[in-house]
Ligand binder design. Structure first.
Ligand code: ADP
Length: 268
């Protein structure tokens, strides 16, 4: 078992093991992607997952989104199981209703923004709150306008995605994710497709989100300065295991593992 220690941020009064992975394994054919992995994340904590490409970081996020099922082990969010291992060693997925309830608390922003191309910016943000959360159109629009202001796009509410830059589209995607009022925000390489200047705009918005809310964040990124500014803890992945986990100051300034040192030299 690879146990990474969990520090709950001072500001969070929440549960210390709000998200919990226990003995999670996943393989694709002979490729062991996650190897008996255990860790927990406290409510309100902001954790960055770093490590070489293919080390299993995105797989973690996809499992939380129930886009991917582990082969064995247990995943819990709050008091609810997403997957759990039964006494006979078989993996049981939670019921559909149960998964919907947990899924309603988690949203993910991807590298590709995946906005609805035929809808204006405002409708991109209100669509799910109206159809999934059952909000009234007025209520959803009011909140969407606040969020679009927060991401610096008040003047683009009536634009179509194709009229926006990549950075602007990604900021709409962030507003859209937050409109679902999630407890947990998953960010998967959200700036990888962007030029540095546009990436910086997106990271500034995410810094504000992190500072102004108690949202629990799990973030896969190669933007190390952002990771340093925003995270409470950084977890270094290598070959499906967490080889080192520490507050950003510690891991970036004095990494203990040689593998972490080499990785950081390659990206910094
Ligand atoms: P990271 O996010 O650290 O780059 P991933 O979690 O995306 O790594 O991938 C881990 C490994 O799992 C990689 O070797 C990748 O090729 C493999 N993998 C991911 N998804 C699939 C899939 N659907 N089918 C087969 N292999 C996959």
């Amino acid at each position: 078992m690879t146990e990474a220690s969990s520090a709950v941020p001072e500001k969070s009064q929440g549960q210390a093991d709000f998200i919990r992975f226990d003995d999670i394994s996943k393989r694709f054919g002979k490729n062991v992607v996650l190897d008996d992995l255990s860790f927990s994340v406290g409510a309100g904590e902001r954790v960055t997952l770093i490590g070489p490409s293919g080390s299993g970081k995105t797989t973690i996020l996809r499992m939380l989104m129930t886009l991917l099922k582990p082969d064995s082990g247990t995943i819990k969010v709050g008091d609810d199981y997403l997957y759990h291992e039964e006494r006979n060693g078989k993996l049981a997925a939670a019921s559909e209703a149960h998964i919907r309830k947990v899924r309603g608390r988690i949203t993910m922003v991807f590298q590709q923004y995946n906005l609805f191309p035929n809808m204006r910016v405002l409708r991109n943000v209100t669509e799910a709150p109206v159809h999934v959360l059952g909000k009234s159109k007025d209520e959803a629009e009011e909140r969407a306008k606040e969020l679009l202001e927060m991401v610096g796009l008040s003047d683009k509410v009536s634009s179509y995605p194709s009229q926006l830059s990549g950075g602007q589209q990604q900021r709409v995607a962030i507003a859209r994710a937050l409109a679902m009022e999630p407890d947990i925000l998953l960010l998967d390489e959200v700036t990888s497709a962007l030029d540095p200047e546009l990436a910086a705009e997106v990271l500034d918005v995410l810094r504000d989100v992190a500072k102004s809310s108690d949202i629990t964040m799990l973030c896969v990124t190669h933007a190390m300065k952002f990771a340093r500014d925003v995270s409470n803890r950084v977890m270094m992945f290598d070959a499906g295991r967490i080889i080192e986990a520490a507050p950003p100051g510690e891991i970036f300034d004095s990494p203990k593992q040689e593998r972490t040192q080499k990785f950081l030299q390659s990206v910094l």
